[in-house]
Write a protein that binds this ligand. Structure first.
Ligand SMILES: Cc1ncc(COP(=O)(O)O)c(C=O)c1O
Length: 394
């Protein structure tokens, strides 16, 4: 197996500072963002913090491409999805839930908690949901359609534009978990007719974990205002009324330092420009796929609907997932993710989102080539890198 270059131990410098984080969130966070988080923690009900909150809100609206209200929750992304459903769904409401991966399943589990009458629209894992199937199952009394945009467990993009077009014409709400997609793909919340769009801080926007953003259309507010009880912590009406106070606030203590980090992260997005930011994700995803294919490895997802933010790769026969990823992490200092649920042990996933660069991908592909060879899979060194370089050089 060769020399162990970096005998890493939990908590050491190599593990904490030199390991390249290539999982689909949380992502490598810029030192600028980390420094912003080192500012003093101030009163979350002060004019100073209110001003910062409003600035963040305006910046988020640009990224979401929306004029809708955006509520920032101190919670992980799942909390945002739970807030969307808790505020709109009453027991017995008909909710159409699209499932083609672990995060679709999670949204379905949340709908179950709120005792929704669930109508399933499924697709094989690795394939996209069909908008035709959604249209066929949509009825006048469907309260909401719930769809994950970028199914992080399988690396597939679902057709939110097409489904939005269908749902727009009805009284049904369109709820989208765009947690790992928005920022890595173009998402026009208003253009697509998304009534509630949920995004997590730790994904494409390259902020630390801990915040969820929920945009809410006027069509959704009408439903939410009539829906009681709405959850205590995740009461969106209460959150909106606090945002409208002088100074603007949140009902409960927000993660003050993470707000600072997010503000800086959004400034970085603005500096690159959202369009360039998304284009970079697109090119990087293509380079990753070309690199992997050139090594003779097989992609898991249907390439026609492949994600810009995560690439799942099938393991060749005989490779143990835990051992492979341990070698990647401890010998080559690149952390990749495993498969989830039914894909556990069958695939590994390269996350490429946030401030990811071409050199991050070159390092990752190189580590994959070396680790695969360590496990007896013959890959000509550099073959994946050459393919990726061709994409980067255009
Ligand atoms: C599409 C999608 N939905 C939901 C989640 C859950 O987010 P969190 O772990 O922040 O709760 C994730 C996280 O990977 C995700 O990618």
């Amino acid at each position: 197996m060769g020399h162990q270059f970096y005998p890493t131990k939990v908590g050491d410098y190599m593990t904490l500072e030199k390991t390249l984080l290539m999982i689909p969130g949380p992502v490598n966070v810029s030192p600028r963002v980390l420094r912003a988080m080192a500012k003093p923690v101030i009163n979350h009900r002060s004019p100073e913090f209110g001003k910062r909150t409003l600035e963040i809100n305006e910046m988020l609206k640009k990224v979401f491409k929306t004029n809708n209200d955006i509520i920032i929750l101190t919670s992980s992304g799942t909390g945002g999805v739970e807030a969307a459903l808790a505020n709109t769904i009453k027991a017995g409401d008909k909710v159409l839930v699209c499932v083609n991966g672990a995060f679709g399943e999670r949204a379905r589990n949340i709908a179950e908690v709120y005792n929704a009458d669930i109508i399933d629209v499924n697709a094989d894992w690795g394939k996209a949901i069909s908008s035709k199937d959604v249209k066929e199952k949509l009825t006048q009394d469907t309260k909401a359609v719930v769809m994950v945009y970028n199914e992080t467990s399988t690396g597939v993009q679902n057709p939110i534009g097409e489904v939005g077009e269908i749902v727009k014409q009805t009284n049904t709400l369109f709820i989208v978990d765009a947690i790992s997609g928005l920022g890595g793909h173009y998402v026009g919340v208003d253009e697509f007719g998304i009534d509630i769009c949920v995004v997590g801080s730790q994904k494409c926007l390259a902020a630390p974990p801990g915040l969820a953003f929920v945009s809410i259309s006027s069509k959704a507010w009408k439903v939410i205002e009539l829906n009681k009880p709405r959850s205590l912590y995740f009461d969106l009406v209460r959150a909106k009324s606090f945002l409208q106070k002088d100074p603007p606030q949140t009902p409960f203590t927000p993660a003050v330092s993470t707000f600072y980090g997010l503000h800086e992260a959004l400034k970085i997005v603005e500096e690159e420009g959202l369009e360039n930011w998304i284009k970079r994700h697109e090119i990087i995803a293509k380079a990753t796929r070309e690199g992997i294919k050139a090594m003779g490895l097989e992609l898991f997802a249907d390439e026609k609907v492949a994600s810009n933010t995560v690439t799942p790769i099938k393991y060749p026969a005989g490779i143990n997932d835990k051992e492979f990823r341990k070698t990647m992490r401890t010998k080559y200092l690149v952390e990749v993710a495993g498969g989830q649920k039914q894909l556990s042990g069958k695939i590994f996933r390269i996350g490429h989102l946030g401030t990811v660069t071409s050199s991050d991908i070159i390092s990752t592909l190189s580590a994959v080539e070396m680790a695969m060879n360590d496990f007896g899979i013959k890959i000509e060194p550099g073959v994946g890198l050459s393919a990726a370089q061709r994409v980067f050089r255009g």
